[in-house]
Design a binder for this molecule. Structure first.
Ligand code: CP
Ligand code: NVA
Length: 313
């Protein structure tokens, strides 16, 4: 019997209770890398459909599949019929006949949802305009690895209310985290998502979610400071306006000094030193950015295992 595909389109597609097991598995795979051979994806092929550039997500899923005994096939928009207007429904149907999961990076979340509706194999969201769940899953793993737990910490998001911010908001609702987001006027995250996360926290009986336009307020006492570019992929033409609007939102040494003494700094990369993060902070002792980037590999492995194995017999 084949089950319905177990998609991972937003963080909430994995219930809160399952995350500790996935993170434990990532810890094991990280410790065993290069020592133990794994074959959980033996004979399986993962399609990578990327309609936007990627270094980490693409590479880490390629290596992850290979190290679990499987393989990937990449399909870029420019070299496939998808880029010439072949419908997503037809593309997803065809890939379902060849492959065992699809990682999609694209623009609107509706495109990812369309892939998921049309495919009979699981779909992983490798970034959309609205969400970046694989990255925030990695960030949560990185925090847990460093502090030993996700609870009891104060999380700060400094910057754009973008896809990363939205996945952090979803995480705060799902897991009951204490999250403050500082975004300039006009760059706040989707209010519907904020309301949904607050409702989820109320049901859980833990967590808080606050919005401010003051980065110092968000950073004060925080244990985890996160940021991202001010102009996301697809917003390049708006970069100059955004640079002006985000003045004062750089995570620099002065801002880090407001945080908890043991605070860590995260950035999903790519980074613009001197814009959203100063070079000394990015490369300094409070930065876990390079560990975070490596952890995409280990978390990518468990996400592949999760969707593929859950969707099969
Ligand atoms: N963090 C991240 O998703 O990086 P890439 O755009 O390089 O995949
Ligand atoms: N918000 C960024 C994340 C890049 C990994 C973007 O969408 O371009």
């Amino acid at each position: 019997m084949t089950r319905a595909p177990q998609d991972f389109l937003t963080l909430g597609d994995v219930p809160a209770a399952e995350w500790p097991r996935l993170f434990d598995r990532a810890t094991t795979l990280k410790a065993q890398r290069g020592k133990v051979r794994h074959g959980s994806l033996a004979g399986l092929t993962i399609a990578l459909v990327f309609e936007k550039p990627s270094t980490r997500t693409r590479m880490s899923f390629q290596v992850a599949a290979f190290e679990l005994g499987g393989q990937t096939v990449e399909m870029s928009a420019t070299t496939s019929q998808l880029g010439r207007g072949e419908p997503i429904q037809d593309t997803a149907r065809i890939l379902s006949g060849y492959c065992h999961a699809i990682v999609v990076r694209t623009f609107g979340q509706d495109r990812i949802a369309e892939f998921a509706r049309s495919a009979t194999i699981p779909v992983i969201n490798g970034l959309s305009d609205q969400h970046h769940p694989c990255q925030v899953a990695t960030d949560l793993f990185t925090v847990r690895e460093h502090f030993g737990a996700l609870d009891g910490l104060r999380y700060a998001w400094i910057g754009d209310g973008n896809n990363m911010a939205c996945s952090w908001i979803e995480a705060a609702g799902l897991l009951g985290l204490d999250l403050v987001l500082a975004c300039p006027d006009g760059f706040a995250p989707d209010s519907t998502l904020v309301a949904a996360a607050r409702d989820a926290q109320q049901r859980l009986g833990k967590g808080s979610l606050a919005l401010t336009t003051d980065p110092v307020e968000a950073a004060t006492g925080a244990h985890v400071l996160s940021t991202d570019v001010w102009a996301s992929m697809g917003q390049e033409d708006d970069a100059a306006r955004r640079r002006a609007a985000f003045a004062g939102f750089c995570i620099d040494a002065a801002l880090v000094s407001r945080a908890a003494a043991n605070a860590i700094v995260l950035h999903c990369l790519p980074a613009h030193r001197g814009e959203e993060i100063s070079g000394d902070v990015l490369d300094g002792p409070r930065s876990l950015v390079w560990v975070q980037a490596e952890n995409q590999l280990h978390v990518g492995k468990v996400l592949l295992e999760h969707v593929v194995i859950r969707s099969r017999v």
